[in-house]
Design a protein around this ligand. Structure first.
Ligand code: F0G
Length: 449
């Protein structure tokens, strides 16, 4: 059931087909280089692109901009304690700031770090510390059709193999990312989280949860995990699941429902002190941490809204409804859909293109050319030299788009598929200096059909 009405609107425009053609060419067939004004429906990310509520805008006005001892920080502390169950909070400018603070504190040269799947910035922060980030997904994570409830889970079996190989003394940190963004936004069960906690204890490692999408994950748990089938509240599930961790890293730009912000949270006094010191160096004084006081205030409200029944129901229904419309229109997708996005199967959509012709990127460009829709490739262009499936992520910003916008995306995808044989592959024209980050800035060009 719809849970919102609009109180403020933002004008959007579909540029002419000629303009879209030209914009794509000027962007080097890389949609990160497009001007947002040239995009009609922007599904590049669910990060920081959501709409704030009237209560959040009200909190913004009342934000306390004091350098130290800001009241807005107290509000954030209370919200994190009540919603997530942690009482020591270090605010940061966004999620990767929290990663720098926490992983900069916990990871040293030569350490092996295990994660169900490292998100790009997590992997980069572990590597930046001289650590070796190793993914431990379950087998079904990369199976686009497996009908399993928790394809985001952490594989303890795989983790044990790594530990047997490198020695427990070299694995000081275990992370579970909920939901698992790099595995199509699939959820992680509470049972799996409990087992990861036990495993971390066994090898004497710190256990961190990347809690960016903790509320969406809790909603899946209630639906799919027998122990919670009696209809526990989202906040109860969230607190139980997060409570297994020693610390959280959080990007407020996701389930904090704000445009900027993040934090580290823990119950461990010693870790808290160490994080605070690093936060002062990289973020700011520990009662604002790189955010304006008003953003801290808005995030405190956002965290509470993220666990409201009406919000999570609306959110999951929207993503699921979008997936169902795409399937009805014959568009191949990863199933079941995850929490924050629908992922298109580019290999199935454009079977005439081989991996080295970047079918995902070709599909991203075709969606923009046809309907001004922006998604993101997560396949062989973004992750060279890995055997990930060729996916295109259509992420849904929170509380932002209506059914009509998503219907436009579905119609666009259907037209693209009808004319699939006219879509050519792409090759990299200019490669940036850091190959791992090439999908953000590289320029491509079409390979003539
Ligand atoms: N962890 C996860 C699981 C994420 O998805 C992200 C961001 C971060 C950490 C970093 O947070 O952006 O606030 O610095 N994901 C965005 C995305 C960018 O589009 O998936 P941030």
């Amino acid at each position: 059931m719809v849970a919102y009405k609009s109180k403020m609107v933002e004008r959007i425009r579909l540029p002419s087909r000629e303009r879209r053609e030209r914009a794509l060419e000027e962007a080097g067939y890389n949609v990160f280089n497009l001007a947002a004004e040239d995009v009609f429906v922007d599904l590049l990310t669910d990060s920081g692109t959501g709409a704030m509520s009237d209560a959040q805008w009200a909190a913004l006005i009342r934000g306390d901009e004091s350098y130290a001892g800001s009241r807005s920080f107290d509000e954030l502390e209370s919200a994190v304690r009540e919603v997530m169950g942690f009482s020591r909070v270090v605010p940061t400018h966004q999620g990767r700031g929290a990663e720098n603070v926490l992983y900069g504190t916990l990871v040293s040269e030569g350490d092996v770090v295990l994660n169900n799947m490292h998100f790009d910035t997590t992997r980069a922060h572990v590597a930046n510390q001289g650590g070796d980030p190793v993914d431990c997904p379950v087998e079904a994570a990369h199976d686009l059709a497996a009908d399993e409830p928790f394809k985001g889970n952490f594989s303890i079996e795989r983790a044990r193999e790594v530990v047997d190989d490198v020695g427990a003394e070299n694995v000081p940190l275990v992370i579970s990312t909920i939901t698992n963004n790099s595995a199509a936004g699939q959820p992680v069960s509470v049972e799996n989280t409990r087992r990861v906690r036990a495993f971390a204890d066994e090898i004497d490692a710190t256990f961190v949860i990347d809690a960016c999408r903790f509320a969406e994950n809790a909603a899946f748990v209630r639906e799919r995990e027998a122990a919670f089938a009696d209809g526990a509240e989202i906040v109860e599930i969230a607190r139980e699941q997060l409570g297994y961790a020693d610390a959280l890293v959080m990007s407020g730009k996701k389930d904090g429902l704000v445009n900027a912000g993040g934090f580290v949270a823990t119950e461990d006094d010693a870790l808290f002190e160490r994080c605070k010191q690093r936060a002062i160096l990289y973020e700011g004084f520990p009662t604002y941490g790189g955010m304006a006081g008003r953003d801290v205030a808005a995030m405190a409200v956002g965290l509470r809204e993220a666990v409201e029944e009406a919000y999570v129901t609306d959110r999951l229904e929207q993503v699921r409804g979008f997936a169902a419309m795409l399937e009805d229109a014959g568009v191949p997708i990863y199933t079941p859909p995850g929490g924050h996005a629908v992922y298109l199967d580019a290999s199935a959509a454009l079977p005439h293109l081989s991996s080295d012709e970047f079918p995902g990127q070709a599909l991203v460009c075709a969606l923009y050319r046809e309907g001004g829709v922006r998604g993101v490739e997560l396949g062989s262009f973004a992750f060279p030299d890995t055997d990930r499936p060729e996916l295109v992520r259509l992420a849904i910003p929170r509380r932002t788009y209506h059914k009509e916008h998503l219907e436009h995306v579905v119609e666009t995808a259907a037209v693209v598929l009808e004319n699939r044989e006219t879509i050519s592959g792409l090759e990299v024209a200019t490669e940036p200096t850091v190959p791992e980050l090439r999908h953000f800035t590289a320029a491509l060009e079409p390979i003539p059909l």
